[in-house]
Design a binder for this molecule. Structure first.
Ligand SMILES: [Zn+2]
Length: 111
């Protein structure tokens, strides 16, 4: 069952992992499909990865720039989260379900 276009649930532009890394200006080494040694040029510090099921959120501990997988638990209102399922949403491309956030505050989605 398709609920709609994934892009319609957020004001942030959906991107692939690589597009997010490039948008945020982060430096990295690619090794096949892996991105390693990711650092933010604001302080040349390594970014921090976190997630419930794998890497779903990556953030610079210094400036707060971050990227989030929309298929991770995401805040909907101040007190609740939701998880979107990949099988229920239309995407431009299979891997385009990340958003880049320039600054702190996190993202909200409207389902
Ligand atoms: Zn930074």
């Amino acid at each position: 069952m398709i609920k709609g276009k994934l892009q319609d649930v957020t004001e942030y532009k959906l991107m692939t992992v690589k597009e997010c890394l490039d948008t945020l200006g982060w430096k990295y080494i690619t090794n096949d499909d892996m991105y390693e040694d990711i650092t933010c040029p604001c302080s040349n510090v390594a970014v921090e990865c976190s997630g419930f099921f794998g890497t779903e959120h990556v953030e610079c501990p210094t400036c707060g720039k971050s990227m989030t997988d929309l298929f991770s638990p995401i805040q909907v209102t101040s007190g609740s989260c939701t998880v979107l399922y990949a099988s229920e949403w239309e995407m431009d491309a299979e891997n385009r379900h990340w958003v880049a956030i320039d600054g702190s505050g996190g993202i909200k989605i409207e389902v």
